[in-house]
Design a protein around this ligand. Sequence first.
Ligand SMILES: Nc1ncnc2c1ncn2[C@@H]1O[C@H](COP(=O)(O)OP(=O)(O)O)[C@@H](O)[C@H]1O
Ligand SMILES: [Mg+2]
Length: 207
Amino acid sequence: MSGRFITLEGGEGAGKSTQLRALAAALAARGIDVVTTREPGGSPGAEAIRSLLMEGSDDRWDARSEALLFAAARADHVARTIRPALARGAWVLCDRFVDSSRAYQGGGGGLTDADILALHAFGSEGLLPDRTFLLTLGGGEAAKRLSVRDAAGADRMGSKPADYQARLAARFAELAAAEPDRWRVIDAGGAPDAVTSRLMEHLEPWL
Ligand SMILES: Nc1ncnc2c1ncn2[C@@H]1O[C@H](COP(=O)(O)OP(=O)(O)O)[C@@H](O)[C@H]1O
Ligand SMILES: [Mg+2]
């Protein structure tokens, strides 16, 4: 028995966490055993590493150390949470996964996509999702959503300028285009319910 591994990707403010909750509810209503989780984190060890990654100044870690911390957190998350859930037949919905490392860490600081994939091959034995949804939203719209959500201030990962967000969006689009069987690009605009329906449409064949 093996469940389905589904990840949500995209820039901050696109609605990943909102849609993860909505998808979990919609799938549970169909009688599916659903596990929701997030990166970095998703297991006690990985949550401890998450604090190291999310707190502190922007330059707390150099690029290589940061990539290793993400990979270490993911390895524990995969071994302790994701693989056991899939093995018992649950569907795992994960808010960000290795593709976020590829998009955020694999295109700068002297690190390549191949570097990130090599760390993932070792740490998580290369586990990839069955389906990855890329939530796309214009930069202005995402910023608007974030200004409401993060009135109290962003963390280490969330306070980057607009040109950075645009490069990130382009990078995600490249990853999606390179692996069209795994990825589905979803318009994240409009009401939350409408976005959830778009996502569910793509999962319908598995239901
Ligand atoms: N479809 C939507 N329309 C308007 N606001 C939304 C929508 N989806 C999410 N939001 C709000 O926008 C903010 C960012 O959403 P969130 O799910 O936290 O995004 P992400 O996890 O991708 O950063 C939250 O305050 C959320 O309530
Ligand atoms: Mg989120």
